[in-house]
Design a protein around this ligand. Structure first.
Ligand SMILES: NC(=O)c1ccc[n+]([C@@H]2O[C@H](COP(=O)([O-])OP(=O)(O)OC[C@H]3O[C@@H](n4cnc5c(N)ncnc54)[C@H](O)[C@@H]3O)[C@@H](O)[C@H]2O)c1
Length: 352
């Protein structure tokens, strides 16, 4: 057990909501930071309280890092569709604000900075497996913002400050702050509530998939590994045997949730994002990291969890679990401005 003090940005997101209890159960002292875009968007039982600084990462100050030894940086406009909101916001938050948080961390004496990057940095690739040495080829502002952030963080690495880049595959699985703008989760919710799965591309693009709990295990492994194993290094987080074409994912969901149909959306957009990823390095080099979930197990677990939490078609229609829709809703209600900053005063407190 450890008692390291870890600051987790984006602690009220899809991954953060699963990660924080995972870290606390392993003895980490957690301080969360989040601007609260999805604070109220919970499903099932409310997450246990823990200390949160309700603040935009763009407005963090050096004093916020007092006593912090490690940072897990999750806060971002996460996923490709959010780039449609206003691409400059994606660059501001995912690139420039990430650099801001990292520079403050380094100045404050933080030793390790775990950056939640993405396999979407590989963007438009083909059928070949890509490892960490592959060229970046992002096709969206989101993917490009992660490339820029990685490069800038890498330049900050020195004898006392160790950034590490976890290039997560596409996540899936249950979180009390669910996301339905993730392909597997979308297919499961739609199969369960509407009896149909809708594929919005021609179904051929490759995606690497990773369960949200395995992402959390990867983060713990990166926090716990010897410094020399992680210093200024990138790791693909997922499983090499868990790359699928989108249409294969629909078939697996159909097998787990019998009776649903698979359809192709009319007027579906071509999807340039296609990447097949080798994730062996992390298992070799991060002590104790053994991703355990496969897509079939994750789908069955998600299906059961949605049923247990009383998830219905009204939850799909509510848009609370679709990032872009939720942000537009907050803007329409005047709770956040065009720069996504909240008008409410920040406080250190327990969460919603
Ligand atoms: N979910 C995936 O499939 C996936 C895959 C690869 C990488 N990632 C990365 O992992 C990280 C977490 O992803 P997620 O799925 O939990 O995202 P999410 O959108 O569910 O959560 C992001 C959190 O960050 C917060 N946030 C956003 N902008 C902020 C700001 N300016 N200041 C403070 N807080 C802010 C939001 O309120 C939210 O709680 C992101 O960096 C994402 O790019 C996610």
């Amino acid at each position: 057990m450890t008692s390291s003090h870890v600051l987790v940005t984006g602690c009220q997101g899809y991954i953060g909501t699963v990660l924080v209890p995972h870290l606390i159960s392993r003895g980490f002292n957690v301080l969360g930071v989040d601007s609260g875009l999805f604070a109220a968007c919970t499903l099932g039982a409310c997450p246990e309280p823990f200390p949160i600084l309700h603040r935009d990462i763009r407005d963090l100050r050096i004093g916020d890092f007092d006593g912090v030894q490690m940072v897990v940086h999750l806060a971002a406009l996460s996923n490709d569709p959010l780039g449609n909101l206003d691409a400059s916001l994606t660059y501001d938050i995912n690139h420039h604000a990430t650099a801001h948080v990292a520079k403050l961390s380094r100045e404050a004496g933080v030793e390790r900075f775990v950056f939640s990057s993405s396999c979407s940095t590989y963007g438009k690739a083909g059928d070949e497996f890509l490892d960490e040495g592959a060229e970046f080829n992002p096709v969206t502002p989101y993917g490009e913002s992660k490339v820029f952030a990685e490069r800038e963080l890498s330049r900050l690495a020195d004898d006392t400050f160790s950034p590490v880049f976890l290039r997560n595959a596409t996540a899936y699985g249950y979180s009390p702050r669910l996301r339905l703008d993730l392909v597997v989760n979308d297919f499961v919710a739609s199969a369960m509530c509407n009896g149909r799965i809708e594929i919005r591309s021609d179904g051929t693009p490759w995606r690497p998939l990773v369960h949200v709990k395995d992402i959390c295990c990867g983060i713990v492994a990166a926090l716990s590994a010897p410094r020399e194993a992680i210093h200024n290094r990138a790791f693909n987080i997922g499983r090499t045997d868990e790359n699928y074409r989108v249409r294969e994912l629909a078939d697996i969901v159909q097998a787990e949730i019998p009776g649903c149909t698979v359809e192709y959306a009319s007027g579906g957009m071509p999807d340039a994002r296609c990447y097949r990823v080798n994730c062996d390095l992390a298992q070799r080099e991060l002590p104790g990291f053994r991703p355990e979930w496969n897509v079939s197990q994750g789908i069955a677990h998600l299906f059961a969890s949605l049923k247990n939490s009383g998830f219905t078609v009204a939850d799909i229609a509510s848009q609370r679990f679709i990032r872009l829709a939720r942000i537009r809703e907050l803007q329409a209600m005047g709770q956040i401005g065009s720069d996504l900053r909240r008008s409410t005063t920040e406080v250190r407190s327990s969460p919603v």
